[in-house]
Design a protein around this ligand. Sequence first.
Ligand SMILES: Nc1ncnc2c1ncn2[C@@H]1O[C@H](COP(=O)(O)OP(=O)(O)OP(=O)(O)O)[C@@H](O)[C@H]1O
Ligand SMILES: [Mg+2]
Length: 204
Amino acid sequence: MRNRKRETRNAQLTIISGTPGTGKTSAARLLGKLIGARVIHLREFVREKKLSSGYDRKTDSELVDLGKLKRALMREIARPGTQHRKPGTGNGPLVIVEGHLACEFALPAGRVFILRCRPGELKKRLSARKYAKAKLEANLLAEMLDYCVQKAGLNYPDAEVCEIETAGKGAAQTAGRLAALAAGKGKCDSPDYQKELKEFLKLR
Ligand SMILES: Nc1ncnc2c1ncn2[C@@H]1O[C@H](COP(=O)(O)OP(=O)(O)OP(=O)(O)O)[C@@H](O)[C@H]1O
Ligand SMILES: [Mg+2]
């Protein structure tokens, strides 16, 4: 028996997380439209609620207090009006929280989707964003080490954690798979990037 207080599992909340560039924002936006759920994009949410505490030049990323972010999200999700579904849109999740930070802390979610992207393709997607070499490599390494999957397993022990490979698939196709899975249809993936990880480490 855990002594840590468990969050109540909430089938109405779904998380979409994963390494930057795996397609979370594109897929979540489409999924929200498909199933009539509200989508909270963490990047926008942090900006709107002024939850950024600066910029870390070393990692080239925004600094966010995860405790504050979690508390603000809990308030947002509980807000009256959030729990209303558009008529005729089924019984999937009502709220989707999307962002790479979402695997770093616990929310009362019933399902966690971790979007994955084979490193060869992820490198192309992140290079197109003109990421600096160190940031590009840190993100590729995180993907090859299943960082977000491991974090989600620890932070969401009661939720179903489901990996979805997005390489070679369009955002619409990924969103369609997520919608089916949210309705209890289809299977998750089990990507394995060990081969790419060994290659990457050999080159260093
Ligand atoms: N399933 C997909 N297949 C191919 N390309 C995709 C797919 N989904 C998104 N993309 C492309 O990959 C890039 C990253 O997509 P997106 O911004 O949605 O990623 P993200 O996971 O939200 O990244 P971040 O964590 O930085 O916000 C975009 O250029 C997008 O057009
Ligand atoms: Mg995004």
